[in-house]
Structures are given as C-alpha cells and as structure tokens.
Design a binder for this molecule. Structure first.
Ligand code: PMV
Length: 330
C-alpha cells in the first residue's frame, strides 16, 4: 500500500545540549540532552512513494548523501524497497541554528513510514529519525524530552501541559545558513578542542540538576543551567582548531540584554545552538515585555560583515505537541 502523507513536526530546543557523538556511524549522542518541543514554529513535509529518493527543502533539492543513511535504515526497518519523494517547508530559517534538522527528520520519518503503509511506535520512529539528526529523536515527542547519552531513541519526560506558562522567545538575528553543519563542527570539536573532554565530563551533573528544576518548574534554576550548558558547549567550540564561532554581533547584544533584564528583575534566560540565533526562556506573564526589549536591542545591533541587518524578528513559542500526520491521498 502507498499514499501521499503530510506531516507537521515541531523543532526540539535543547535546554541541556547534545554536542558530540559516541558513535558517529550510528549517530549516537555523546552527551545527554533535555529539550522542549516548540509550538509556534514547524516543518511541514509531504511524502509520496517515487522511483528515487529525493528531498526538496524550501524549494531546493538536497544532497542525496545527507539523507542516504536515513532512507537505507527506513527501508531495512520496514522491509521494503520503496523510494520516497519529500517536499518540505520550514516556517523559520533553515540550517541557521533553529533546530530545523530536528523537526525536519522527525517529519520525514513519520511521513515516510505512513506513506509506505507502515506503523511504528513513537520510540521506533524516534530511533529512525535519530539516524538523520540526533536532535530529531526528541522532536517525535511533545512537551519535555530526554535523549540519554548513547541512546538510540528519546522519550518524553513531561507532557506539554506540565509547564503551560513557559515561553521561548526566538530572536532571529541572521537568516543565512551556517558555514559548517553541526555534524562537521561536532567532529572538529571532538578532534581538536582540548575542552571537549571537560564538556563531556560536566554534562551528566547538569542534566540531573536540570531535570529536577524542570520537575519543579523553577525557571531561575532551569535558566541558569541552560546558560551553563550552552556556554560550555560554545567554549568547547571556540577552543577547536580552527576556532569555531557561530555568533554574530547581535547574538552578543542579546546575551547582554538578557543579563540586563535579569538585573531589572525579569526572568529572561538565553540559550544558543549551532547558529547565531538567541532563544530566551521566560514566563508568559513577562513575555511581551521581554520580547519588546529584545526587539529593540536587536534592531539597534550592528550587522556583521556580509550579513543583512538583523531586523529583529522575535517568534513566541510555547511547549508544543508531537508530530501530526495526515494521509492526503490513498
Ligand atoms: O541534531 P543535530 O545534528 O542538528 O545537532 C543539534 C545540536 C544542537 O542543536 C546544538 C544541540 C541540541 O541538543 O539540539
């Protein structure tokens, strides 16, 4: 049986970051990660069986080799020799450190399995999506998720209703795709950063404390731990050879603006992935005030050489659901 299927999936924002692989062939993470799935941004992917595998993302055909391990694993798992055509759109900038690969591979996995007439449990879909991108393993679940170090699949720790007041403000400070993929940058960090071992060693204790803070819905503690996690990850990146720096001037402006907001008594806790964007954890009651301050700060920031002025687009997200799949045509 084969059909056209549409899947909408949401990006997984890591509060405690995954960075580095314990097994690069199987794409297993070297550090545990704790994340929230974000409503307010999404990837939509339409899949139909085809004669060759082809992924078109925001109108551009993607390199086959990036997707080959995923499609091979999919066919082995479903015991099929079907090929797939996938057309995907992101509601936010692609490959710019907004976790587009998490929602992208989650949507692709869920849509392909259905298009092939198969049915897999969320854990199995998570393991499949992980082959494409480890953070995608988390996007298969709504709410708050955990991908343990070395694990083949993620799991949900708390549903999205656990912390309905939590907001994530996403400040898009540069829409250009990143110069180095996460995969390449992780490998460079492992190979050349003297801080990589220290990064791995500190990940476990950050995670344990963060799970407790999340359980108590303690924004101040959670925010502080999220800051430590991204700062240590970027410190390891910066110590690589050659040094890896994803930040733009506006990124630093926003880090400082969050510190200023906290000094004024507002709960604004930033985190940064493999790109220049800044995501700010806060509570619904303060979200509008914090968003306005971020907008003003980023609007005034000087663009880096070759970058368009940031413009200061702020997206407001909240804990979101698991992917939704719809069969369009039998
Ligand atoms: O899953 P990947 O290969 O796109 O790597 C994601 C890495 C970070 O976004 C920086 C951290 C994370 O845990 O999502």
């Amino acid at each position: 049986m084969s059909r056209t299927v549409l899947c909408r999936a949401h990006p997984s924002l890591a509060l405690i970051k995954y960075w580095g692989k314990s097994d690069s062939r199987r794409n297993l993470p070297a550090t545990p990660s704790l994340a929230v799935t974000l409503a307010g941004v999404h990837t939509e992917t339409r899949v139909r069986p085809a004669t060759v595998d082809c992924v078109v993302l925001d109108g551009a055909e993607q390199p086959r080799e990036r997707y080959a391990p995923f499609f091979e694993a999919l066919r082995r798992r479903l015991r099929t020799d079907l090929r797939f055509h996938a057309e995907s759109r992101n509601s936010f900038p692609t490959a710019a450190g907004l976790a587009s690969s998490s929602s992208g591979f989650a949507a692709l996995a869920a849509a392909c399995v259905r298009a092939a007439g198969g049915q897999l449990a969320a854990q199995e879909l998570s393991a499949l999506a992980r082959i494409g991108s480890a953070s995608a393993a988390r996007s298969l679940f709504g709410g708050f998720t955990l991908l343990p170090a070395g694990a083949r699949a993620a799991r949900q720790l708390f549903p999205e209703q656990h912390w309905p007041e939590l907001r994530v403000l996403v400040a898009v400070v540069g829409a250009q795709a990143k110069p180095l993929s996460s995969r390449q940058a992780m490998e460079a960090t492992r190979r050349s950063s003297p801080f990589y071992r220290a990064w791995l060693a500190s990940a476990g204790s950050l995670l344990a404390e963060a799970i407790e803070a999340l359980q108590r819905r303690d924004l101040e503690r959670m925010g502080g731990l999220a800051r430590l996690s991204y700062s240590r990850m970027h410190a390891a990146l910066l110590a690589s050879e050659p040094p890896l720096l994803y930040w733009l001037p506006a990124t630093v402006t926003l880090v400082r603006e969050c510190a200023e907001l906290r000094r004024r008594g507002l709960g604004a806790w930033e985190t940064i992935d493999a790109g220049p964007q800044v995501k700010v954890l806060c509570l619904a009651a303060e979200a509008a005030q914090i968003a306005a301050a971020l907008q003003e700060a980023v609007g005034a920031a000087k663009p880096a050489c070759g970058e368009q002025p940031a413009g200061g687009r702020i997206l407001e997200c909240r804990p979101g659901p698991a992917p939704e799949v719809r069969v369009e045509e039998e």
